[in-house]
Design a protein around this ligand. Structure first.
Ligand code: ADP
Ligand code: MG
Length: 701
């Protein structure tokens, strides 16, 4: 990259240190290049001027020309705001400002015409514009370099207050392009540009921001998507190649007595077809001489843990130790208890190691690990502490990978001379094509079948006004001996708020509907681990009837007597999170219920999410719907993989380009695995640049 574009954004005219800080915080824009690559998400025809009477929807942008009058300061010192009236020949509409009042107060004169631009809001059943973008209107207004299409950039409240609404951002980029023209280097090799008939990078970047016509927008987008996807695929394939082809692994040749004894004599049910297939895939992978890196994907309750256990028995049959790492103590505990239970009456040594393991126990675990008498270690992060040394670790299971960073995984690997096979388990259901890209560096096994006899969870959506019915239903279920979860959303990022939401919500409910006869556990993110443990345990043992919780219970917890999951403010949750939460019930033989409580008014998108939840329990369908609604960047559990943070490509809509670039990347790497030939040197440089960027700014983490 031309070093000009590596300049810190605060050196750009119109930015300065304070604004730079905001750009960084809100959009991750740190250097010029980040701004250059901040693309509009759509375009409006700038020559199009609407009338006030056209403003009938709050979902699109409008550009109006007219006069501003009736400027009024409202409220007292603390809550002051300004309203005004905007008028053209078709009518009037309100304008509102809550900030920058000083500036607003002196901004307008009644004889001048103004252009306002923005998305209307609805207030008391009428449309108005809150903090619209405003320019003086004059004859020049629409003759700026003959350009009619204007890019719309997504912005935030904070940015808007700093003058970086979509037009503010557009102006910055114009400044950047003016200064940086002729410094935009090509990043793709010539042979690719001509073979795929792509726009040059400079041309693409200029036109993505300031298109001369609508045809060129699609060519610019195509070029930028192509580049983005190709670079991702190259990186992923390189990683995959270096992981799977080069690293020697344990060869698990034998299916021995441990595995067979368990399978033939101890397993209380038949494996599902999917479980059998997946175990075969894993087995084949563990005896081919190379280290396995495999993702095991399967909906909640599909029997992943059992598969992992059977693979651990294989490891044992081949004289190796195994280890499971879970993201929380609660989960580690559960794995420990259920595995202990399944392996009872077998001569297998299993231990649990977590942050709260006592010193004496810890020492004895360390001892038995290093002398090889311990076969199976289950735990949290504690299992990768430096003091933990295995005698011969052959197989590692990582549960719910998104809670663990890659660096931690690497640390675990480095504990052995021969790296152990790694199985990553996740219940985050992602469509296969997506999974191949997201986890392009892992092989994938999918359990796409639930054990027989499961009754699908019945899901019902209730509005707040039906609360009474829901409470009646809760009572009835508790009377039948069932247990209930009530989950409150994490509305704010801060845990303090999290707790407040939960306490407020729950206390409000109790205030209106006291339930003194029930025992309640409370669980939230701010509690100490031991306290969480204690509350959870009371619920697991059936000592409490209701578990009131924030989303901390989301992952993996298994209480088969709990048959009702009530999700408060369900409209605030994402689909995959709702699905995870619902997965906490329906684990026993009883009919289970998921009740989605929402406010009486729900946005369109929120309503769609709730409808999907009511319609289906199929995690893959839900994941697909989620992708369509939100775009993959937000898919829970996938952010960390980084590759999903696409600037322009779209994993749902660009499937063809995804497979095209994947094949291309494969071909390029088969001739030139390290990208060192002169024709690929540009690609290599780009990839290095991306890696450097990730380290420097941690944008991906
Ligand atoms: P996951 O880890 O995928 O959420 P688990 O392995 O915890 O699922 O399995 C969920 C429950 O289903 C456990 O109680 C387990 O014993 C049971 N189970 C697993 N496989 C089968 C099967 N093939 N038939 C019946 N029950 C099964
Ligand atoms: Mg599980």
């Amino acid at each position: 990259m031309n070093s000009f574009f590596e300049s810190n954004i605060n050196y750009l005219k119109g930015v300065g240190p304070k604004k730079a800080e905001i750009l960084k915080k809100e959009l991750g824009i740190v250097v010029f290049d980040d701004l250059l690559n901040y693309f509009p998400f759509r375009y409006v025809d700038k020559s199009k001027i609407y009338k006030v009477s056209d403003v009938v929807s709050d979902t699109t942008y409008f550009q109006l020309v007219g006069h501003v009058s009736n400027l009024v300061k409202v409220g007292d010192k603390r809550t002051r705001y300004i309203t005004a009236t905007f008028t053209d020949d078709s009518g009037s509409i309100g304008l509102v400002w809550f900030r920058g009042l000083q500036w607003v107060a002196n901004r307008f004169n009644t004889s001048q015409k103004y252009i306002i631009f923005g998305k209307p809001s609805v207030f008391k059943n009428r449309f108005n514009f809150v903090h619209p973008e405003i320019e003086d209107y004059n004859d020049e207004s629409f003759r700026v370099s003959g350009q009619r299409l204007e890019g719309i950039y997504s912005s935030t409240e904070k940015l808007k207050n700093t003058g970086f609404g979509t037009r503010g951002i557009s102006k910055l980029i114009k400044e950047l392009l003016n200064q940086g023209l002729n410094r935009i280097d090509e990043t793709l090799p010539e042979y690719l540009i001509s073979k795929f008939n792509l726009l040059a990078r400079e041309k693409a970047l200029i036109n993505i921001h300031f298109p001369v016509n609508s045809e060129i927008i699609s060519r610019a987008r195509e070029r930028l998507k192509f580049e983005e996807l190709l670079l991702v695929q190259l990186q992923l394939l390189q990683q995959k190649n270096s992981l799977s082809r080069k690293i020697k692994g344990h060869v698990f040749e034998t299916v021995g007595t441990t595995f067979n004894d368990f399978y033939n004599n101890k397993l209380p049910f038949d494996l599902t077809g999917a479980q059998k297939r997946v175990i075969k895939e894993i087995r084949a992978d563990m005896r081919n001489g190379y280290q396995m890196n495999r993702l095991l994907q399967g909906d909640v309750g599909s029997g992943k843990t059992l598969v992992a256990l059977m693979c651990m028995l294989l490891s044992m049959d081949n004289d190796c130790q195994s280890c499971i790492m879970a993201p929380t103590e609660i989960l580690a505990n559960q794995h420990y208890n259920s595995i202990k239970n399944m392996l009872r009456n077998m001569n297998i040594q299993v231990e649990l190691l977590t942050g709260s393991t006592k010193k004496k126990k810890r020492t004895s675990i360390h001892q038995s690990l290093s002398d090889g008498t311990l076969h199976l270690l289950i735990g949290t992060h504690a299992v990768i502490e430096d003091t933990v040394k295995f005698n011969n670790l052959g197989f590692v299971v990582i549960d719910e990978q998104h809670r663990f960073g890659v660096a931690q995984r690497a640390k675990l690997w480095s504990k052995n001379k021969l790296l152990p096979h790694v199985l990553v388990m996740t219940a985050t259901p992602i469509p296969r094509t997506l999974a191949m890209t997201v986890y392009g560096n892992l092989d994938i096994s999918i359990i796409d079948e639930l054990p027989p006899g499961r009754k699908p969870v019945k899901t019902i959506h209730f509005f707040e006004k039906s609360r009474l019915r829901v409470l009646g239903f809760m009572r009835e279920q508790i009377k039948q001996g069932r247990q209930i979860y009530i989950v409150y959303p994490l509305i704010s990022e801060s845990e303090k708020m999290d707790l407040k939401n939960l306490m407020d919500g729950y206390e409000n409910m109790l205030h209106d509907f006291p339930m003194p006869e029930y025992q309640v556990s409370v669980l939230h993110g701010r509690m100490k681990t031991e306290d969480k443990e204690f509350e959870m345990q009371r619920f697991v043992e059936g000592k409490t009837d209701i578990m009131v919780s924030t989303t901390v219970i989301e992952v993996g917890v298994d209480v088969s007597n709990a048959s009702v999951m009530i999700i408060e403010n369900a409209e605030r949750f994402g689909l995959s999170q709702l699905h995870q939460l619902r997965g906490r019930v329906g684990r026993g033989a009883d009919q289970s219920y998921c009740i989605l409580m929402s406010g009486n008014k729900v946005s369109n998108e929120g309503r769609k999410r709730l409808e999907i939840m009511v319609e289906t329990t199929d995690g893959f369908k839900i994941a697909e719907a989620d992708l369509n609604l939100r775009g993959p960047g937000d898919l829970q559990g996938t952010q960390q993989s980084g590759v999903l943070n696409f600037k322009i490509a779209n994993l749902v809509h660009d499937t063809e380009l995804i497979s095209q670039t994947r094949n291309l990347a494969d071909k390029i790497l088969s001739h030139d695995p390290k990208l060192v030939s002169s024709e690929n040197i540009l690609l290599n440089r780009q990839i290095e640049q991306i890696k450097k960027g990730k380290q420097n700014w941690g944008r991906i983490s």
